[in-house]
Write a protein that binds this ligand. Structure first.
Ligand code: GTP
Length: 591
Protein backbone atom coordinates (compact mmCIF):
# COMPACT_ATOMS: atom_id res chain seq x y z
CA UNK A 1 0.00 0.00 0.00
CA UNK A 2 1.25 3.49 -0.81
CA UNK A 3 0.98 5.78 2.21
CA UNK A 4 -0.19 9.02 0.76
CA UNK A 5 0.18 11.08 3.91
CA UNK A 6 3.99 10.75 3.91
CA UNK A 7 6.78 11.78 1.56
CA UNK A 8 10.37 10.79 2.28
CA UNK A 9 12.61 13.18 0.37
CA UNK A 10 16.40 13.28 0.25
CA UNK A 11 17.93 16.73 -0.22
CA UNK A 12 21.04 16.91 -2.33
CA UNK A 13 22.77 20.28 -2.17
CA UNK A 14 26.25 21.67 -2.20
CA UNK A 15 27.24 23.61 0.91
CA UNK A 16 26.16 27.24 0.66
CA UNK A 17 23.68 26.67 -2.10
CA UNK A 18 21.01 27.77 0.35
CA UNK A 19 19.58 24.56 1.79
CA UNK A 20 19.20 25.88 5.32
CA UNK A 21 17.57 29.09 4.13
CA UNK A 22 15.15 27.24 1.89
CA UNK A 23 14.19 24.72 4.56
CA UNK A 24 13.70 27.62 6.99
CA UNK A 25 11.32 29.24 4.54
CA UNK A 26 9.46 25.94 4.18
CA UNK A 27 9.21 25.61 7.95
CA UNK A 28 7.93 29.13 8.39
CA UNK A 29 5.43 28.93 5.64
CA UNK A 30 4.05 25.58 6.66
CA UNK A 31 2.76 27.40 9.71
CA UNK A 32 5.82 26.99 11.88
CA UNK A 33 8.40 29.45 12.86
CA UNK A 34 12.00 28.71 13.29
CA UNK A 35 12.59 28.81 16.99
CA UNK A 36 15.73 29.33 18.94
CA UNK A 37 15.75 25.65 19.91
CA UNK A 38 16.65 24.86 16.36
CA UNK A 39 20.04 26.40 16.80
CA UNK A 40 22.82 23.96 17.40
CA UNK A 41 20.70 20.86 17.40
CA UNK A 42 21.01 17.94 15.06
CA UNK A 43 18.77 19.43 12.44
CA UNK A 44 19.52 20.79 9.02
CA UNK A 45 22.09 23.25 10.10
CA UNK A 46 25.77 22.90 9.70
CA UNK A 47 28.90 23.65 11.57
CA UNK A 48 31.78 25.87 10.59
CA UNK A 49 33.86 22.95 9.56
CA UNK A 50 31.28 21.77 7.06
CA UNK A 51 31.22 25.19 5.49
CA UNK A 52 34.99 25.50 5.45
CA UNK A 53 35.56 22.15 3.86
CA UNK A 54 32.63 22.40 1.52
CA UNK A 55 31.12 19.15 2.67
CA UNK A 56 28.08 18.04 4.56
CA UNK A 57 29.16 15.72 7.29
CA UNK A 58 26.14 14.27 8.99
CA UNK A 59 22.79 13.15 7.77
CA UNK A 60 20.02 14.82 9.72
CA UNK A 61 16.28 14.38 9.62
CA UNK A 62 13.50 16.89 9.99
CA UNK A 63 9.84 16.69 9.07
CA UNK A 64 7.46 19.39 7.90
CA UNK A 65 3.69 19.09 7.76
CA UNK A 66 2.11 20.41 4.62
CA UNK A 67 -1.65 20.15 4.51
CA UNK A 68 -2.34 16.50 5.30
CA UNK A 69 1.09 15.28 4.30
CA UNK A 70 4.15 14.80 6.44
CA UNK A 71 7.29 15.56 4.47
CA UNK A 72 10.39 13.91 5.93
CA UNK A 73 13.41 15.82 4.65
CA UNK A 74 16.45 13.61 4.71
CA UNK A 75 19.73 15.44 4.47
CA UNK A 76 22.45 13.61 2.55
CA UNK A 77 26.06 13.70 3.57
CA UNK A 78 28.20 14.69 0.64
CA UNK A 79 31.74 13.55 1.07
CA UNK A 80 34.64 11.20 1.27
CA UNK A 81 34.29 9.00 4.33
CA UNK A 82 30.54 9.02 4.12
CA UNK A 83 29.82 6.92 1.06
CA UNK A 84 27.93 4.22 2.95
CA UNK A 85 25.79 6.71 4.75
CA UNK A 86 24.79 8.28 1.45
CA UNK A 87 23.46 4.93 0.29
CA UNK A 88 21.60 4.29 3.52
CA UNK A 89 19.94 7.68 3.64
CA UNK A 90 18.97 7.48 0.01
CA UNK A 91 17.38 4.12 0.71
CA UNK A 92 14.91 5.74 3.10
CA UNK A 93 13.76 8.20 0.42
CA UNK A 94 11.37 7.79 -2.50
CA UNK A 95 12.50 10.93 -4.29
CA UNK A 96 14.97 13.76 -4.04
CA UNK A 97 15.37 17.50 -4.34
CA UNK A 98 18.50 18.65 -6.11
CA UNK A 99 19.17 22.18 -4.97
CA UNK A 100 21.48 24.22 -7.20
CA UNK A 101 22.74 27.78 -6.85
CA UNK A 102 21.61 29.98 -9.76
CA UNK A 103 25.13 31.28 -10.21
CA UNK A 104 27.44 28.39 -9.27
CA UNK A 105 25.53 25.65 -11.00
CA UNK A 106 25.94 21.99 -10.01
CA UNK A 107 29.18 21.34 -8.15
CA UNK A 108 31.31 18.26 -8.69
CA UNK A 109 30.84 17.34 -5.02
CA UNK A 110 27.17 16.59 -5.59
CA UNK A 111 27.86 14.22 -8.49
CA UNK A 112 28.55 11.24 -6.27
CA UNK A 113 25.36 11.63 -4.27
CA UNK A 114 23.32 12.24 -7.39
CA UNK A 115 24.79 9.16 -9.00
CA UNK A 116 23.75 7.11 -5.98
CA UNK A 117 20.26 8.61 -6.21
CA UNK A 118 20.02 7.56 -9.86
CA UNK A 119 21.27 4.09 -9.01
CA UNK A 120 18.51 3.85 -6.42
CA UNK A 121 16.00 4.80 -9.11
CA UNK A 122 15.03 8.14 -7.54
CA UNK A 123 13.61 10.88 -9.73
CA UNK A 124 15.03 14.25 -8.80
CA UNK A 125 13.15 17.53 -8.65
CA UNK A 126 15.58 20.29 -9.60
CA UNK A 127 15.36 23.52 -7.64
CA UNK A 128 17.43 26.35 -9.06
CA UNK A 129 17.85 28.46 -5.99
CA UNK A 130 18.90 32.05 -5.27
CA UNK A 131 17.37 33.28 -8.53
CA UNK A 132 17.18 36.72 -6.92
CA UNK A 133 20.96 36.98 -7.28
CA UNK A 134 21.78 39.86 -9.61
CA UNK A 135 24.63 37.79 -11.06
CA UNK A 136 22.45 34.69 -11.36
CA UNK A 137 22.40 32.79 -14.66
CA UNK A 138 19.60 30.30 -14.12
CA UNK A 139 19.16 29.38 -17.78
CA UNK A 140 22.83 28.43 -18.09
CA UNK A 141 22.68 26.57 -14.79
CA UNK A 142 19.70 24.59 -16.03
CA UNK A 143 21.74 23.56 -19.07
CA UNK A 144 24.58 22.45 -16.81
CA UNK A 145 22.18 20.35 -14.74
CA UNK A 146 20.88 18.78 -17.89
CA UNK A 147 24.43 17.94 -19.01
CA UNK A 148 25.17 16.47 -15.63
CA UNK A 149 22.11 14.21 -15.79
CA UNK A 150 23.22 12.97 -19.18
CA UNK A 151 26.76 12.40 -17.91
CA UNK A 152 25.46 10.36 -15.03
CA UNK A 153 23.39 8.15 -17.28
CA UNK A 154 19.94 9.32 -16.21
CA UNK A 155 17.11 7.45 -17.92
CA UNK A 156 14.47 9.14 -20.08
CA UNK A 157 12.14 9.78 -17.20
CA UNK A 158 14.90 11.14 -14.99
CA UNK A 159 16.08 13.49 -17.77
CA UNK A 160 12.57 14.84 -17.99
CA UNK A 161 12.98 16.35 -14.55
CA UNK A 162 10.64 18.97 -13.13
CA UNK A 163 12.25 22.34 -12.43
CA UNK A 164 11.48 25.07 -9.95
CA UNK A 165 13.11 28.45 -9.61
CA UNK A 166 13.36 29.67 -6.04
CA UNK A 167 14.66 32.27 -3.70
CA UNK A 168 14.85 30.74 -0.27
CA UNK A 169 15.94 34.11 1.05
CA UNK A 170 12.84 35.90 -0.23
CA UNK A 171 10.71 32.86 0.51
CA UNK A 172 9.23 31.97 -2.85
CA UNK A 173 9.39 29.49 -5.69
CA UNK A 174 8.02 29.57 -9.20
CA UNK A 175 7.54 27.24 -12.16
CA UNK A 176 8.97 29.67 -14.65
CA UNK A 177 11.79 32.14 -14.84
CA UNK A 178 9.52 34.89 -16.12
CA UNK A 179 7.35 34.83 -13.06
CA UNK A 180 8.42 35.67 -9.57
CA UNK A 181 6.56 33.55 -7.06
CA UNK A 182 4.98 34.74 -3.84
CA UNK A 183 5.31 31.70 -1.57
CA UNK A 184 7.36 28.57 -1.25
CA UNK A 185 4.26 26.48 -1.88
CA UNK A 186 5.34 25.25 -5.35
CA UNK A 187 8.12 23.30 -3.60
CA UNK A 188 5.63 21.57 -1.32
CA UNK A 189 3.27 20.92 -4.21
CA UNK A 190 5.97 19.51 -6.38
CA UNK A 191 7.11 17.17 -3.59
CA UNK A 192 3.59 15.98 -2.94
CA UNK A 193 2.70 15.59 -6.63
CA UNK A 194 5.92 14.17 -8.04
CA UNK A 195 7.35 12.05 -5.26
CA UNK A 196 5.48 8.87 -4.35
CA UNK A 197 4.60 8.05 -0.76
CA UNK A 198 6.35 5.07 0.82
CA UNK A 199 5.14 1.68 -0.29
CA UNK A 200 4.45 -0.25 2.91
CA UNK A 201 2.46 -3.16 4.38
CA UNK A 202 0.44 -1.85 7.33
CA UNK A 203 -1.50 -5.10 7.87
CA UNK A 204 1.55 -7.36 8.15
CA UNK A 205 3.50 -8.01 11.36
CA UNK A 206 5.95 -5.29 12.42
CA UNK A 207 9.21 -4.94 10.46
CA UNK A 208 11.55 -2.02 10.89
CA UNK A 209 15.09 -1.95 9.66
CA UNK A 210 17.59 -0.04 11.78
CA UNK A 211 19.31 2.43 9.45
CA UNK A 212 21.00 4.60 12.03
CA UNK A 213 21.80 4.67 15.71
CA UNK A 214 21.84 7.51 18.16
CA UNK A 215 22.79 7.79 21.78
CA UNK A 216 21.47 9.94 24.56
CA UNK A 217 22.96 10.19 28.00
CA UNK A 218 19.52 9.97 29.58
CA UNK A 219 17.89 7.22 27.59
CA UNK A 220 20.82 5.36 26.07
CA UNK A 221 20.82 3.86 22.63
CA UNK A 222 18.17 4.85 20.10
CA UNK A 223 17.47 2.80 16.98
CA UNK A 224 16.22 4.76 13.99
CA UNK A 225 14.63 3.41 10.83
CA UNK A 226 11.59 3.29 8.62
CA UNK A 227 8.76 0.91 9.47
CA UNK A 228 8.23 -1.27 6.43
CA UNK A 229 5.30 -3.20 7.85
CA UNK A 230 2.89 -3.24 10.80
CA UNK A 231 3.03 -0.89 13.75
CA UNK A 232 4.63 -0.64 17.16
CA UNK A 233 3.45 0.71 20.52
CA UNK A 234 5.25 1.80 23.66
CA UNK A 235 5.63 -1.22 25.97
CA UNK A 236 5.28 -3.75 23.17
CA UNK A 237 7.49 -6.84 23.06
CA UNK A 238 9.55 -7.05 19.89
CA UNK A 239 12.24 -9.30 18.50
CA UNK A 240 15.55 -7.88 17.33
CA UNK A 241 16.83 -10.03 14.50
CA UNK A 242 20.56 -9.73 14.24
CA UNK A 243 22.98 -11.43 11.90
CA UNK A 244 22.65 -14.98 13.21
CA UNK A 245 20.67 -14.47 16.43
CA UNK A 246 17.49 -12.96 17.80
CA UNK A 247 16.70 -11.21 21.08
CA UNK A 248 13.40 -10.36 22.72
CA UNK A 249 13.12 -6.78 23.98
CA UNK A 250 10.49 -4.31 25.10
CA UNK A 251 10.08 -0.94 23.38
CA UNK A 252 10.42 1.76 26.03
CA UNK A 253 9.95 4.98 24.08
CA UNK A 254 9.00 5.88 20.55
CA UNK A 255 9.92 9.10 18.79
CA UNK A 256 8.77 10.47 15.48
CA UNK A 257 10.35 13.42 13.68
CA UNK A 258 8.97 16.91 13.36
CA UNK A 259 10.24 20.41 12.72
CA UNK A 260 12.44 20.30 15.82
CA UNK A 261 13.76 16.83 15.33
CA UNK A 262 12.37 14.10 17.59
CA UNK A 263 9.05 14.16 19.44
CA UNK A 264 7.79 11.42 21.71
CA UNK A 265 4.86 9.36 20.47
CA UNK A 266 2.74 6.45 21.71
CA UNK A 267 3.03 4.43 18.53
CA UNK A 268 4.43 4.38 15.00
CA UNK A 269 3.09 2.69 11.91
CA UNK A 270 4.28 1.46 8.53
CA UNK A 271 5.88 4.27 6.50
CA UNK A 272 6.93 6.33 9.54
CA UNK A 273 10.55 7.05 10.23
CA UNK A 274 10.73 6.24 13.92
CA UNK A 275 13.28 6.18 16.73
CA UNK A 276 12.90 3.44 19.37
CA UNK A 277 14.54 3.00 22.77
CA UNK A 278 14.82 -0.03 25.01
CA UNK A 279 16.75 -1.96 22.40
CA UNK A 280 20.32 -1.34 23.39
CA UNK A 281 21.58 -4.33 21.40
CA UNK A 282 20.30 -3.09 18.04
CA UNK A 283 22.86 -2.50 15.33
CA UNK A 284 22.53 -0.95 11.92
CA UNK A 285 21.00 -3.46 9.52
CA UNK A 286 19.08 -5.42 12.19
CA UNK A 287 15.34 -5.91 11.81
CA UNK A 288 13.04 -5.03 14.70
CA UNK A 289 10.12 -7.38 14.22
CA UNK A 290 6.85 -8.52 15.76
CA UNK A 291 7.67 -10.93 18.63
CA UNK A 292 4.97 -13.43 17.62
CA UNK A 293 6.00 -13.66 14.00
CA UNK A 294 9.52 -12.34 13.60
CA UNK A 295 10.73 -12.10 10.02
CA UNK A 296 13.92 -10.38 8.92
CA UNK A 297 14.15 -7.85 6.12
CA UNK A 298 17.07 -8.30 3.72
CA UNK A 299 20.16 -6.89 5.41
CA UNK A 300 21.31 -3.51 4.13
CA UNK A 301 24.88 -2.74 3.40
CA UNK A 302 26.49 -1.61 6.60
CA UNK A 303 29.75 0.22 6.60
CA UNK A 304 31.88 -1.01 9.38
CA UNK A 305 34.43 1.25 10.99
CA UNK A 306 37.83 0.81 9.43
CA UNK A 307 39.99 2.83 11.75
CA UNK A 308 40.43 2.91 15.52
CA UNK A 309 42.22 5.57 17.47
CA UNK A 310 42.97 6.09 21.11
CA UNK A 311 41.52 9.30 22.55
CA UNK A 312 42.80 10.38 25.91
CA UNK A 313 43.08 13.52 27.97
CA UNK A 314 46.07 15.70 27.39
CA UNK A 315 48.90 14.67 29.69
CA UNK A 316 51.51 17.04 28.38
CA UNK A 317 53.20 19.39 30.81
CA UNK A 318 51.30 22.28 29.24
CA UNK A 319 47.91 20.56 29.61
CA UNK A 320 45.06 22.80 30.63
CA UNK A 321 46.70 25.92 29.30
CA UNK A 322 44.70 26.40 26.13
CA UNK A 323 41.40 24.64 26.54
CA UNK A 324 38.43 24.78 28.85
CA UNK A 325 37.51 21.08 28.65
CA UNK A 326 40.43 19.08 29.93
CA UNK A 327 39.19 16.26 32.17
CA UNK A 328 38.41 12.67 31.30
CA UNK A 329 34.80 13.34 32.30
CA UNK A 330 34.62 16.16 29.77
CA UNK A 331 36.06 13.87 27.16
CA UNK A 332 33.70 11.00 27.94
CA UNK A 333 30.64 13.23 27.85
CA UNK A 334 31.64 14.81 24.59
CA UNK A 335 32.34 11.50 22.88
CA UNK A 336 29.08 9.94 23.98
CA UNK A 337 27.22 13.07 22.96
CA UNK A 338 28.77 12.74 19.53
CA UNK A 339 27.23 9.30 19.13
CA UNK A 340 23.90 11.05 19.24
CA UNK A 341 24.29 12.28 15.70
CA UNK A 342 27.37 10.61 14.33
CA UNK A 343 25.98 7.38 13.06
CA UNK A 344 29.08 5.47 12.13
CA UNK A 345 31.17 6.30 15.15
CA UNK A 346 31.91 3.70 17.84
CA UNK A 347 33.23 4.50 21.27
CA UNK A 348 34.59 1.92 23.70
CA UNK A 349 36.15 2.30 27.10
CA UNK A 350 39.91 2.00 26.98
CA UNK A 351 42.40 0.39 29.33
CA UNK A 352 42.07 3.17 31.88
CA UNK A 353 39.32 5.59 32.83
CA UNK A 354 40.96 8.28 30.81
CA UNK A 355 41.18 6.34 27.59
CA UNK A 356 38.63 5.69 24.89
CA UNK A 357 38.91 3.70 21.72
CA UNK A 358 37.11 5.61 19.01
CA UNK A 359 36.42 3.92 15.69
CA UNK A 360 35.26 5.53 12.50
CA UNK A 361 35.24 5.24 8.76
CA UNK A 362 38.48 6.91 7.98
CA UNK A 363 40.76 9.73 8.79
CA UNK A 364 38.41 12.41 7.56
CA UNK A 365 35.57 11.07 9.68
CA UNK A 366 37.66 10.97 12.86
CA UNK A 367 39.62 14.08 11.93
CA UNK A 368 36.46 16.14 11.71
CA UNK A 369 35.42 15.06 15.19
CA UNK A 370 38.82 16.00 16.58
CA UNK A 371 38.86 19.33 14.78
CA UNK A 372 35.36 20.16 16.05
CA UNK A 373 36.38 19.32 19.59
CA UNK A 374 39.46 21.48 19.29
CA UNK A 375 37.38 24.43 18.18
CA UNK A 376 34.94 23.89 21.02
CA UNK A 377 37.76 24.25 23.53
CA UNK A 378 38.76 20.65 24.22
CA UNK A 379 42.27 19.54 24.94
CA UNK A 380 43.00 15.95 24.16
CA UNK A 381 45.58 13.59 22.79
CA UNK A 382 45.02 11.01 20.12
CA UNK A 383 47.08 7.99 19.20
CA UNK A 384 48.14 6.42 15.95
CA UNK A 385 45.20 5.36 13.77
CA UNK A 386 44.99 1.60 13.34
CA UNK A 387 43.18 -0.11 10.55
CA UNK A 388 40.82 -2.73 11.92
CA UNK A 389 42.08 -6.09 10.69
CA UNK A 390 40.02 -9.30 10.89
CA UNK A 391 41.38 -12.73 11.47
CA UNK A 392 39.66 -15.33 9.31
CA UNK A 393 40.87 -18.97 9.49
CA UNK A 394 44.06 -17.79 11.10
CA UNK A 395 44.80 -15.41 8.25
CA UNK A 396 44.81 -11.64 8.46
CA UNK A 397 42.23 -9.83 6.35
CA UNK A 398 42.14 -6.09 5.93
CA UNK A 399 39.36 -3.75 4.82
CA UNK A 400 39.46 -2.99 1.11
CA UNK A 401 37.54 0.01 -0.10
CA UNK A 402 36.02 1.09 -3.36
CA UNK A 403 37.58 4.43 -4.07
CA UNK A 404 36.09 6.88 -6.53
CA UNK A 405 38.15 9.86 -7.62
CA UNK A 406 36.62 12.55 -9.80
CA UNK A 407 39.21 14.86 -11.38
CA UNK A 408 39.76 17.17 -14.33
CA UNK A 409 40.93 14.89 -17.12
CA UNK A 410 44.40 16.46 -17.34
CA UNK A 411 45.08 15.42 -13.74
CA UNK A 412 44.58 11.70 -14.20
CA UNK A 413 48.31 10.92 -14.29
CA UNK A 414 49.22 12.08 -10.79
CA UNK A 415 46.11 10.41 -9.38
CA UNK A 416 47.05 7.04 -10.86
CA UNK A 417 50.55 7.39 -9.52
CA UNK A 418 49.47 8.30 -6.01
CA UNK A 419 46.80 5.63 -5.69
CA UNK A 420 48.98 3.00 -7.35
CA UNK A 421 51.75 3.76 -4.87
CA UNK A 422 49.38 2.87 -2.08
CA UNK A 423 48.36 -0.56 -3.32
CA UNK A 424 45.33 0.78 -5.12
CA UNK A 425 44.17 -1.18 -8.17
CA UNK A 426 42.35 0.38 -11.09
CA UNK A 427 38.86 -0.94 -11.72
CA UNK A 428 37.38 1.44 -14.23
CA UNK A 429 37.92 4.84 -15.76
CA UNK A 430 35.31 6.98 -17.41
CA UNK A 431 35.94 10.33 -19.06
CA UNK A 432 32.95 12.57 -19.64
CA UNK A 433 33.55 16.09 -20.85
CA UNK A 434 36.36 17.67 -18.92
CA UNK A 435 36.25 15.37 -15.93
CA UNK A 436 37.27 11.79 -15.40
CA UNK A 437 35.88 9.38 -12.84
CA UNK A 438 38.30 6.72 -11.75
CA UNK A 439 37.28 3.70 -9.67
CA UNK A 440 39.87 1.80 -7.69
CA UNK A 441 40.03 -0.74 -4.93
CA UNK A 442 42.47 0.14 -2.20
CA UNK A 443 43.28 -1.06 1.33
CA UNK A 444 41.96 1.30 4.02
CA UNK A 445 45.58 1.70 5.09
CA UNK A 446 46.38 3.28 1.77
CA UNK A 447 43.73 5.94 2.30
CA UNK A 448 45.48 7.42 5.30
CA UNK A 449 46.77 10.76 4.12
CA UNK A 450 45.72 10.09 0.55
CA UNK A 451 42.97 12.66 0.32
CA UNK A 452 45.18 15.61 1.12
CA UNK A 453 47.80 14.38 -1.34
CA UNK A 454 45.21 14.02 -4.05
CA UNK A 455 43.99 17.53 -3.40
CA UNK A 456 47.51 18.78 -3.52
CA UNK A 457 48.32 16.95 -6.72
CA UNK A 458 45.22 18.28 -8.47
CA UNK A 459 45.22 21.90 -7.27
CA UNK A 460 42.30 21.13 -4.97
CA UNK A 461 40.12 19.71 -7.75
CA UNK A 462 39.94 16.04 -6.80
CA UNK A 463 36.71 14.79 -5.30
CA UNK A 464 37.23 11.63 -3.35
CA UNK A 465 34.73 9.10 -2.07
CA UNK A 466 35.27 5.71 -0.60
CA UNK A 467 33.19 2.96 0.82
CA UNK A 468 34.26 -0.32 2.39
CA UNK A 469 33.83 -3.09 -0.11
CA UNK A 470 35.21 -6.17 1.54
CA UNK A 471 37.84 -7.76 3.71
CA UNK A 472 40.65 -9.36 1.75
CA UNK A 473 44.00 -10.89 2.57
CA UNK A 474 46.54 -8.19 3.36
CA UNK A 475 47.97 -6.55 0.25
CA UNK A 476 51.64 -5.64 0.31
CA UNK A 477 53.14 -2.90 2.34
CA UNK A 478 52.10 0.69 1.77
CA UNK A 479 55.27 2.72 1.77
CA UNK A 480 55.32 5.69 4.08
CA UNK A 481 56.34 8.91 2.52
CA UNK A 482 56.97 11.56 5.05
CA UNK A 483 55.35 14.79 4.13
CA UNK A 484 55.56 16.94 7.17
CA UNK A 485 58.74 18.32 8.53
CA UNK A 486 60.22 17.44 11.83
CA UNK A 487 61.84 20.22 13.69
CA UNK A 488 65.39 19.58 14.68
CA UNK A 489 68.16 21.49 16.33
CA UNK A 490 66.01 24.12 17.77
CA UNK A 491 68.27 26.97 18.45
CA UNK A 492 66.36 30.16 18.94
CA UNK A 493 62.88 30.73 20.09
CA UNK A 494 61.38 30.77 16.67
CA UNK A 495 61.56 27.84 14.36
CA UNK A 496 60.13 27.62 10.92
CA UNK A 497 59.73 25.10 8.26
CA UNK A 498 58.07 25.39 4.96
CA UNK A 499 55.30 23.35 3.60
CA UNK A 500 54.20 23.86 0.09
CA UNK A 501 51.02 21.89 0.01
CA UNK A 502 52.45 18.67 1.22
CA UNK A 503 55.81 18.99 -0.42
CA UNK A 504 58.66 19.43 1.90
CA UNK A 505 60.68 22.45 0.95
CA UNK A 506 63.30 22.12 3.57
CA UNK A 507 63.59 23.33 7.08
CA UNK A 508 64.46 26.90 7.74
CA UNK A 509 65.22 28.73 10.85
CA UNK A 510 64.00 32.20 11.43
CA UNK A 511 65.22 34.65 13.90
CA UNK A 512 63.07 37.41 15.24
CA UNK A 513 62.89 40.02 12.52
CA UNK A 514 63.11 37.61 9.60
CA UNK A 515 60.39 37.51 7.00
CA UNK A 516 58.18 34.48 6.92
CA UNK A 517 55.93 33.51 4.09
CA UNK A 518 52.61 31.92 3.42
CA UNK A 519 52.92 28.22 3.75
CA UNK A 520 55.55 28.41 6.42
CA UNK A 521 54.87 27.25 9.90
CA UNK A 522 56.54 29.12 12.66
CA UNK A 523 56.37 28.00 16.19
CA UNK A 524 58.02 28.75 19.43
CA UNK A 525 58.46 26.63 22.51
CA UNK A 526 59.08 23.54 20.50
CA UNK A 527 61.32 20.75 21.50
CA UNK A 528 63.52 18.74 19.22
CA UNK A 529 61.55 16.35 17.05
CA UNK A 530 58.24 18.07 17.56
CA UNK A 531 56.09 18.25 14.52
CA UNK A 532 53.85 21.28 14.41
CA UNK A 533 51.14 21.41 11.85
CA UNK A 534 48.45 23.85 11.01
CA UNK A 535 48.09 25.49 14.33
CA UNK A 536 45.73 28.17 13.13
CA UNK A 537 44.10 27.44 9.86
CA UNK A 538 41.79 30.40 10.26
CA UNK A 539 44.39 32.87 9.08
CA UNK A 540 45.12 33.46 5.46
CA UNK A 541 48.58 34.73 5.18
CA UNK A 542 50.48 37.27 3.36
CA UNK A 543 53.99 38.11 4.34
CA UNK A 544 54.30 38.49 8.00
CA UNK A 545 57.12 39.31 10.28
CA UNK A 546 58.28 37.19 13.08
CA UNK A 547 59.65 40.46 14.38
CA UNK A 548 60.60 40.46 17.98
CA UNK A 549 57.43 38.76 19.03
CA UNK A 550 57.38 37.08 22.36
CA UNK A 551 54.19 35.28 21.55
CA UNK A 552 53.90 32.13 19.59
CA UNK A 553 53.68 32.88 15.93
CA UNK A 554 51.81 30.09 14.37
CA UNK A 555 51.20 30.28 10.69
CA UNK A 556 49.01 28.03 8.70
CA UNK A 557 49.71 26.04 5.58
CA UNK A 558 46.89 25.77 3.05
CA UNK A 559 43.67 24.85 4.77
CA UNK A 560 42.38 21.40 5.10
CA UNK A 561 45.38 19.24 5.70
CA UNK A 562 47.13 19.38 8.94
CA UNK A 563 45.55 17.06 11.46
CA UNK A 564 45.48 14.32 8.86
CA UNK A 565 49.11 15.06 8.26
CA UNK A 566 50.03 14.64 11.90
CA UNK A 567 47.99 11.46 12.08
CA UNK A 568 49.77 10.04 9.12
CA UNK A 569 53.10 10.82 10.61
CA UNK A 570 52.55 9.56 14.07
CA UNK A 571 54.51 6.64 15.49
CA UNK A 572 53.33 3.98 17.89
CA UNK A 573 54.94 5.62 20.90
CA UNK A 574 53.61 9.07 20.11
CA UNK A 575 50.43 11.04 20.60
CA UNK A 576 49.04 13.99 18.70
CA UNK A 577 48.33 16.69 21.20
CA UNK A 578 45.28 18.67 20.18
CA UNK A 579 44.45 21.91 21.91
CA UNK A 580 42.58 24.97 20.69
CA UNK A 581 45.92 26.54 19.85
CA UNK A 582 48.19 23.81 18.71
CA UNK A 583 48.31 20.41 17.10
CA UNK A 584 51.61 18.69 17.64
CA UNK A 585 53.20 15.34 17.95
CA UNK A 586 54.83 14.35 21.17
CA UNK A 587 56.28 11.24 22.69
CA UNK A 588 54.00 9.31 25.02
CA UNK A 589 54.90 10.18 28.54
CA UNK A 590 55.98 7.28 30.67
CA UNK A 591 53.85 7.30 33.75
P1 GTP B 1 25.09 24.91 4.80
O1 GTP B 1 24.07 25.07 5.90
O2 GTP B 1 26.43 25.41 5.19
O3 GTP B 1 25.06 23.57 4.17
O4 GTP B 1 24.68 25.93 3.65
P2 GTP B 1 23.33 25.98 3.00
O5 GTP B 1 23.39 25.31 1.70
O6 GTP B 1 22.28 25.55 3.96
O7 GTP B 1 23.22 27.52 2.71
P3 GTP B 1 22.57 28.67 3.59
O8 GTP B 1 21.11 28.56 3.60
O9 GTP B 1 23.26 28.73 4.90
O10 GTP B 1 22.95 29.89 2.68
C1 GTP B 1 24.27 30.14 2.26
C2 GTP B 1 24.41 31.59 1.89
O11 GTP B 1 23.60 31.90 0.76
C3 GTP B 1 23.98 32.55 2.96
O12 GTP B 1 24.86 33.65 2.93
C4 GTP B 1 22.59 32.96 2.57
O13 GTP B 1 22.26 34.25 3.03
C5 GTP B 1 22.69 32.93 1.06
N1 GTP B 1 21.39 32.58 0.47
C6 GTP B 1 20.61 31.54 0.80
N2 GTP B 1 19.49 31.53 0.05
C7 GTP B 1 19.59 32.58 -0.78
C8 GTP B 1 18.75 33.09 -1.80
O14 GTP B 1 17.68 32.58 -2.10
N3 GTP B 1 19.20 34.19 -2.46
C9 GTP B 1 20.38 34.79 -2.17
N4 GTP B 1 20.73 35.86 -2.88
N5 GTP B 1 21.19 34.33 -1.22
C10 GTP B 1 20.81 33.25 -0.52
Amino acid sequence: MIRNDIRNVAIIAHVDHGKTTLVDAMLRQSGHFRESQLQGSCILDSNDLERERGITILAKNIAIDYREVKINLIDTPGHADFGGEVERTIKMASGCLLLVDAYDGPMPQTRFVLRKAFEAGLHPIVVINKVDRPDGRPAKVLELVYDLFIDLGADDEQIDFPVLYASGKEGWASHSLEEKGTTIEPVFEMIVNRIPGPNVRPEDPLQMQVTSLEWSEYIGKIAVGRLEAGSVKVGEKVTVIKDGKSLNKTVEKIFLFDKLGKVEAESASAGDIAALTGIAEADIGDTIACAEKPEALGRIQVEEPTLTMLFTINHSPLAGKDGQFVTSRNLRERLYRELDCNVALRVEEGASKEEFLVSGRGLLHLGILIENMRREGYELSVGKPHVIVKEIDGKKYEPIESLNVDVPSDKVGPVMELVGGRRGELVEMDTVGERTQIDFTIPSRGLIGLRTRLLNATAGEAIVHHVVADFEPMRGEVPRRPNGVMISNISGRAVAFALDGLQERGTMFVKPGDDVYPGMIVAENCRDNDLVVNPCKEKKLTNMRAAGSDKNILLAPPRDMPLELALEYIEEDELVEVTPKVIRLRKKLLT
